[in-house]
Structures are given as structure tokens and as C-alpha cells.
Design a protein around this ligand. Sequence first.
Ligand code: FAD
Ligand code: DHB
Length: 388
Amino acid sequence: MRTQVAIIGAGPAGLLLSHLLAQGGVDSVVLETRSEEYVAARIRAGILEHSSVELLESAGLGARLRAEGDEHRGIYLQWPGERHHLDFVNLTGRSVWVYGQTEVQKDLIAARRAAGQEIHYEVSDVELHDLEASPYVTYTDSNGRSARIDALAVAGCDGSFGVSRKAVPAAETFERVYPYSWFGILADVAPSTDELIYAWHPDGFALHSMRSATVSRLYLQVPNGTDPQFWSDDQIWDALATRLGHGQNGWKLTPGPITDKSVLPMRSYVQTPMRHGNLFLAGDAAHIVPPTGAKGLNLAIADVALLSRALVARFAGKDDRLADAYSETAQRRVWRCTHFSWWMTTMLHTSGDPFDAQLQLSQLRWVASSEAGATGLAENYAGLPIFL
Ligand code: FAD
Ligand code: DHB
């Protein structure tokens, strides 16, 4: 079969790209190794930046987000004995939205299905060929038959374990592995807070997030290699209560039934360039950030906003300038978010070193008490405009 853009991966990057390309008159075919049900159910990120919300809305994907998502003015930053609210709207005029990645994914699947988008799920053996001249992709379909797609361009949206990033020869890579992981739980209980709480504690970082008025999402810093089965539900709630300050100034953490437990290792990774011939990388295929600060999904959205505009200009307008600038343009935001995620991570996670702990507390006090410090965090968290 033949298409203009072969998209590898039906995560948020791949599906949003197919949606934006279609709106610009460029057709695509999407290949995905997993099933549609699996992709729609994966529990991952939860926070959308201001610009991500604007982009989804302008692409006609904002109805359920506006109806069911929850707009937050800012976050709480805390350490033992102190909790400070940072009001992003007052500081920068920009807010963030709580709306799970699972919901974004479901909205994208529904929109692409309504538009008749060709998506092949449960494929295997995906291989990319002849990327510098006449690209094509071979794979085995869900019935075990060999298949081939000829395309003008290939979009590598297949995350960090996909094939696309390995198809860029002589790529330069940058990596930082952190000595801790996040233990995440989902619980059927109303959040104990109106906005997210990021907590520094001598026992380790904790985060109180949420998915809805009845579902809470919480995270604990744990050592790498932690097996979630070794933590009982009571131990998890006790650790969260201690680190989040249950009992301080009358605040209470309400526990509830835990419906999901997982451990997420943390690393920063950037690969450059994000282009090789007619292959363009977007999202986790090109970069990974540690989750602190919630940038992963937002970066994927920003990449495909740039990439769709570049590919529409290239194929519908015969203008290569945006495609030629894509990697460099995208990398400016990638490195800003890589720095911000590293900064939030290293400011909030304990290393066991008392000197580090004093520096972290000093930094937290400065961010919470100085308008300049608070504005810096707010500007990065609520996010920069996509088209600068
Ligand atoms: P993905 O969502 O990974 O999508 C890539 C798709 O490609 C997948 O569907 C995959 O099955 C498919 N694929 C892989 N290989 C192939 C192949 N060879 N051929 C075809 N398809 C292929 N970010 C946050 O901001 N906050 C969080 O709390 C958070 N939690 C996370 C938890 C986990 C377990 C993970 C893995 C990530 C988390 N992230 C989080 C990051 C965020 O979810 C990602 O940044 C986001 O999903 C990136 O979207 P993407 O479309 O680029 O990649
Ligand atoms: C969530 C994840 C994050 O990484 C973060 O900084 C805030 C919230 C979440 O899953 O809700």
C-alpha cells in the first residue's frame, strides 16, 4: 500500500500526528505493535500544559477535556512543616489541566476512527527501509501476513523501545540515570487536596496527584529495583501520610482502595538529530524525561505540532524549510524540558547526602518565597507556547 506518511506507533504522538496531518490534507497509515485496548488502557501521565490544551482544542479534540478535565491554577510545594501554593495564573497568566493520558488517548482513538484513519494494530517485525531516498516500511500484520507500506516520509512515534530511533545512524545521545524510581498508585478515593502537592521529605519525595473527583494518583520515591508486591497497601498509605504531612495544620490524607500499583524507573535521555533523510522522530522515540514536572506527554504533543506543520508544508505546500528546521526547533524545547525535569527531580528527591538536603531545602525556600523563583518554576511547568 501507499501513503504520504507512514506513522510508527499509535501512542499520543502517533495518533495526534495522524489527526493534524489529516486536517492539513496529508494522508497517513499508522502501525502499532499493541492492541487498541492495551494502548487505550495504559496508565501514564496526568497533566496537560496550557499550550497542549490550546492545541488539542484547536484540533477539535477539546470537548471532553473541557467537560471532564479539571483546570488547576498551580501546585503546592512542601517540606516538613511548610506548604506553599504557587499560583501559575497570577505568576504567568497560564494554567494547567488534570486530564489523564488514557483519556487523551481515548479521544484520539475516537477521532481517528470517526475520520476513517487506517491504523494497523498488533503488527510485528516492523522494519524501516531506504529512508534517504524512497522510504518503505515492512511488517507482519495481525493475521501473520507480510505487508509493505511505501511512503514519502516515515514518522517515528514508537517510544523509547521502538525501532525508529535506532534507524538514525551516528545519532548523538545524552543520558542521565537517576538512583531512584517512582512507585505510583491509583486509588478509588476523592483527592485529599484541590491541587497537586509536591513534597520533599527526609524519607523521600511524594506527590499527590489525581485523575478525577473520585480517583487519586499518588507517587512515592523508592529505591531502584523495588518490587511493588513487597509493599502492603497499609505501608503505602503510611509512607504517603508521613511524607505528605498528614496531621500538619489539620491536613488529612484519606486512604482508599488501591486499584493499580507500578514502579517507574527514571532517566533523562535525548537523541539528536530527530531526523534522518525522510525519517522524523517525535515524542519518547527521541527523548525521555523523568516524570517530575509532567513534561513527557506535553513534549510529545509539542513535537507533533511542529512536525505536522512541517510535513503539511512539505507535501501540501512544496516548502521544505520547516522540515529542514524541525530537529533544531524541536530540540530547543526538548532541552528546556530536559533541564526543568532534571531540576525538579534533583530538587525534590532525597539522595541520603545531608549537604544535598540542605541545598534542596534552601532552593525550595527560595522558589516558594521569591517571585522570581516562583515565576521560573511556573513558566516552565505551565509551559511555553508551542510556536515561539
Ligand atoms: P508512547 O506513548 O510510548 O507511544 C509509542 C507507541 O509505539 C506505543 O503505543 C508502542 O506500543 C508503540 N510501538 C513501540 N514499538 C513499536 C514498533 N516497533 N512498531 C510499532 N509500534 C511500536 N509522563 C508524565 O509526564 N507523567 C507521568 O506520570 C508519566 N508516567 C509514565 C509511566 C510510564 C510507565 C511510561 C512508560 C511513561 C510515563 N510518562 C509519564 C511519559 C509519557 O507517558 C510519555 O512521554 C508519552 O506517552 C509519550 O508519547 P509517545 O506517543 O511519544 O510514546
Ligand atoms: C502526574 C505525573 C507527574 O509526573 C507529575 O509531575 C504530576 C502528575 C500524574 O500522573 O498525575
